[in-house]
Ligand binder design. Structure first.
Ligand code: RNT
Ligand code: ZN
Length: 420
């Protein structure tokens, strides 16, 4: 280890200790937190079911950076490269459209764990857990904007069968890998314009979900999550699966509630929601994202919002109840870099939170010394946080922030730029 980095780390440790913060124990905790890295940043939410690419669903990847993964082998290769640049051991989050079916068309209601056996082998070899998502978009039967709320019984039932099939796959992941698979249901359903009947689609959605979740599955292997949304492209006026809908659903059915940072009003922060919803729920799944002006799914960075989320997880002692996943897709920059930047930003935010002098801040708050509290919040911002992060990266044998770009360029030259 470069002695400069060690020296800076020792000095930083002493500074944090002055505020009662134990840096060593913060690093130990950080090393135990897995982040679920989402497959879909690797290929702009395309998947390998067909050549159709991302269509509908009210979400959009913009940009045309060359060299995206064209098949599952390439996606695994890219994910491996990202993992080499990210400290710690993490998880991988698959969508149903990332199946491998040897070129055969398999309908979504007919997918089985076999279609993901190579993903399971890959994860087992690396000792990582897998998470999963049914895909309720990029499909002819979703083109009119309705899936689980569809008025047509046949179409609705098709999507219910898809949800059921996906829970079996999630369970298989959990069994094989010895780690519960969080399986997240998000549907794109909604209305573009003035909506007369907001009630019936919600009734249908609750019923459809009840059917999907009908079979009890051991939570050791599978954890069900449901994701709300405020609006999407083409569903600006009405989304049946709103926050209130899923909050009630998750509480009454004992599911995980998924909070996506981009799925609320622009000034609304998911950080503040954690200590509220966790009074009533066993757990939460986070989709850490970065919306700019709308649910734009920009790459997560180390900003106030990401820090606030991490701070709330740590302050509330929720690390065991909050599953952290990322959700963004920017096709305008190198995709391995996008993963790496987002994952590292989330880890930095967690480290930042673990290094917060929380006990002291709380004492000041209890004493209603808001002057000293504000000063302490400001003091923390200029502590040598970077020295601790650098040390952590070195110790985990991954590049420093300043070294990541060279690794990405090398990989680009050797691998992704050669993809036609
Ligand atoms: C869409 C949701 C959802 C998707 C992924 C691909 O607004 O956030 O989580 O981004 O399932
Ligand atoms: Zn999401």
């Amino acid at each position: 280890m470069a002695s400069e980095i060690e020296k800076a780390f020792e000095a930083a440790t002493a500074r944090y200790a002055e505020l009662g913060v134990d840096v060593a124990s913060a690093l130990e905790k950080l090393a135990s937190v897995p982040i679920s890295m989402h497959c879909w940043q690797g290929d702009d939410v395309g998947g390998f079911e067909s050549d159709r690419g991302l269509s509908g669903g009210g979400i959009m990847a913009t940009g045309s950076y060359p060299g995206k993964a064209r098949n599952a082998d390439e996606l695994r290769q890219d994910a491996d490269q990202a993992y080499r640049l990210i400290p710690g051991r993490h998880r991988f989050n698959l969508h149903a459209i990332y199946l491998e079916s040897e070129g055969k068309r398999v309908e979504r209601d007919a997918i089985t764990p076999d279609h993901f056996s190579r993903w399971m082998d890959w994860a087992a070899e690396r000792g990582i857990g897998l998470d999963f998502n049914p895909t309720f978009f990029s499909h002819p039967l979703a083109d009119d904007g309705f899936t689980l709320t569809h008025p047509d019984d046949g179409i609705r039932r098709f999507w219910i069968r898809h949800g059921i099939a996906c829970r079996k796959i999630g369970e298989a992941f959990g069994r094989r890998l010895g780690s519960a698979c969080v399986t997240n249901v998000w549907i794109p359903d909604g209305q573009k314009d003035l909506t007369a009947d907001r009630r019936t689609p919600r009734l249908r959605l609750a019923e459809a979900l009840d059917e999907i979740f009908h079979e009890p599955i051991d939570p050791t292997y599978l954890r069900d999550a449901v994701e709300s949304k405020l609006f999407g492209i083409g569903s600006e006026t009405y989304v049946p699966g709103s926050h209130e809908f899923y909050m009630g659903y998750a509480v009454t059915r004992k599911k995980l509630l998924t909070l996506d940072a981009g799925h609320f009003h622009p000034t609304e922060s998911i950080a503040d929601k954690l200590s509220a919803v966790l009074l009533y729920l066993d757990g939460v799944l986070l989709h850490v994202s970065r919306g700019i002006r709308w649910d734009s799914d920009h790459v997560v960075i180390f900003n106030d919002e990401t820090r606030a989320v991490a701070e709330e997880i740590v302050r509330g002692d929720y690390l065991a109840r909050v599953f952290i996943g990322l959700d963004f897709f920017d096709a305008g920059i190198h995709r391995v870099a996008a993963w790496t930047i987002g994952m590292r930003a989330m880890l930095k935010a967690l480290l930042w939170a673990l290094l917060e002098p929380f006990d002291r801040l709380r004492e000041l708050e209890t004493a209603r010394d808001y002057t000293a509290r504000l000063l302490l919040f400001e003091t923390v911002k200029t502590l040598p946080f970077g020295a601790v992060w650098d040390y952590h990266c070195r110790r985990c044998d991954v590049p420093l922030d300043s070294e990541v770009i060279a690794e990405v360029r090398r990989y680009e030259e050797e691998v992704t730029s050669r993809r036609a």
